[in-house]
Design a protein around this ligand. Sequence first.
Ligand code: F6P
Length: 506
Amino acid sequence: MSTRCDRAPGWAQLQAHHDGEGRGFDLRRAFAADAGRFAAFSQEAPHLFADLSKNLIDAPTEALLIKLARECGLEAHRDAMFAGQHINSTEDRAVLHTLLRSPAATPEVLQTLDAMLAYAEQVRSDHTITDVVNIGIGGSDLGPQMAVLALDEFVAPGKRFHFVSNVDGHELAGVLKGLAPEHTLFLIASKTFTTAETMTNALSAKRWFEQSGSVDVARHFAALTTNVEAAKQFGIDTTFGFWDWVGGRYSLWSAIGLPIALAIGGEGFKRLLAGAHAMDEHFRTAPLERNLPVRLGLLDVWYRNFHRFTTRSIAPYHSALKRLPAYLQQLEMESNGKQVDIDGKPLPYGTSPVLWGEPGTNGQHAYFQMLHQGTDVTPLEFVAVRDASHDLEGHHAKLLANCIAQAQALMVGKADAGGHRNFPGNRPSTFFVFEKLTPEALGAFLAMYEHRVFTSGALWGINSFDQWGVELGKVLAKDIELRLASGDASGLDASTAGLLSRLRQN
Ligand code: F6P
């Protein structure tokens, strides 16, 4: 990235626009004044339609944002990523998850994909395996778990999928309770094969398996990792590898996606990759003005740095997408939750917003009150799917009606002299539409989100591909674990020492 956003001329121009003609911008007036607003601020992208028209932007705002992106060198940075340059500078790594879904990937990538999909087919036709347990955390859990749920309609019957991530033994114990070792396949998913939670769960699963007298570890355990050596030392011979240029939160397209391939089959997995690739091509080639991930990433900068909104909410109106918010939280907040620029210098502006959400309509009966009448403005994102995959009468029309109506209500509001019933309106939202929740549509949506996070991160001048912020807690937990055993509280602050003594077992 050549220029940090606050050092480009467009930054001050956007500030002036925000404080000047942008002040008092009102969505209702904007629609009344411009019959072409919906067309101008909505767009088709591969497998996805997006309506951005209910956002606090007008044509001059978008033009300034795009000018800023050009001044910052967004296109060159994007091309550097696709070309495999080491844009993850703090780890000296390329960022090439897009290669995993490219038909023109390297022979090594394609061979690994073939091997993984052949294995998936073999397990799918092995009817003695009824339960698949994925043991992994973060990127080695959230993506596969979210996608297996999302694509439930395409999941072949006959196998149950379980996801164990937490080091909390209640989770693994709860899953193991319902399993028979001879019918279970454990997938140990860890990029590094060192993550404490995953190693602890993997060891307990292996112990449980061996204690039952079933000893065919080779048939019942497989590892998905870049650290094949460590997996072998752990005693797992069936391994599917990937590479250091695949970040954990960008890894569902790699061997980490094996649970997805087991669930929806090799062809289904290829459809997921194809959808993502179509979005990659859109991001790589569409002009910035009609480039959906770019427009969204710039909107995120506009909201975070000029409107100073600190959170964004997402409401998928499809119950199969219930883990989507959790998945996107890691993608966005682990990528862009940074306080220094690429050179390690403190940033004078905000970066990642807090991303949060629940499926609609549930959220409507919980926190939407705050979205409509709270003191803070929270941009909301709706995800709607036109075609249902069930035939229960009336449900889907009600669901979609609620989704459209909420976006409408947030914008139009309702004046009431009484105060308590007053809806201020002018509250921004973005509306995504899938025709159907297919593997292609999901792949395209997730790739769109990755590139959107790339765009805001690029303008902010940060490294969106490292995560040093998770390290300190890991190190301290090791120390505290020893102290929990010994009771030694020396050198600790009073609160930590107090909690240690409260939580120590007798
Ligand atoms: O601690 C954070 C993190 O490194 C994530 O970035 C990653 O997705 C997760 O832990 C799991 O890591 P691994 O796949 O190496 O077990």
